[in-house]
Design a protein around this ligand. Structure first.
Ligand SMILES: [Zn+2]
Length: 147
């Protein structure tokens, strides 16, 4: 099988999007990033729990920080997008929380913590935090920007 390569002699990308490995969310995350954030070139690392991996990183040489560092240093990415999602198994899933509001608030604080950590290493980057939330019927994924 041969597939056309679109990036001959291109070494820079606009962003890095760190997301969870969860098969239920990554395709939808990709669609959101392309359609809503209007990004077309980005590195797309995935680690269990996304922000969790960053927050539990002991040192800057660890995998989660490299997932951000390589895109920033090698591909000159200017934006860093971190996506956490509802019912994330890496955090113990929705069952760990009394309410969905509590779960959302927890993920928002995790995302903010990861942002602080990342800004220490990359103070000039724009960090965008996203929470992927399911609607009441669990039929749609809604991507919320966390500020
Ligand atoms: Zn997850």
């Amino acid at each position: 099988m041969k597939i056309p390569f679109k990036f001959k002699d291109v070494h820079n990308c606009e962003a890095v999007v760190l997301t969870c490995i969860d098969f239920r969310f990554w395709r939808e995350t990709l669609e959101f990033v392309e359609k809503e954030l209007n990004l077309s070139t980005f590195d797309f690392p995935s680690l269990p729990g996304s922000a969790k991996a960053v927050n539990e990183c002991a040192g800057d040489e660890e995998l989660a920080m490299q997932c951000i560092g390589v895109p920033c240093n090698l591909h000159h990415a200017k934006k860093i997008v971190i996506v956490n999602h509802e019912d994330c198994g890496a955090y113990g899933g929705s069952k760990k929380f009394e309410t969905r509001g509590e779960e959302q608030a927890f993920h928002e604080s995790e995302l903010k913590k990861a942002k602080e950590r990342i800004l220490k290493n990359f103070p000039d980057k724009e960090v965008i935090l996203i929470y992927a939330k399911l609607d009441e019927e669990k039929e749609n994924v809604e991507f919320l920007t966390v500020v």
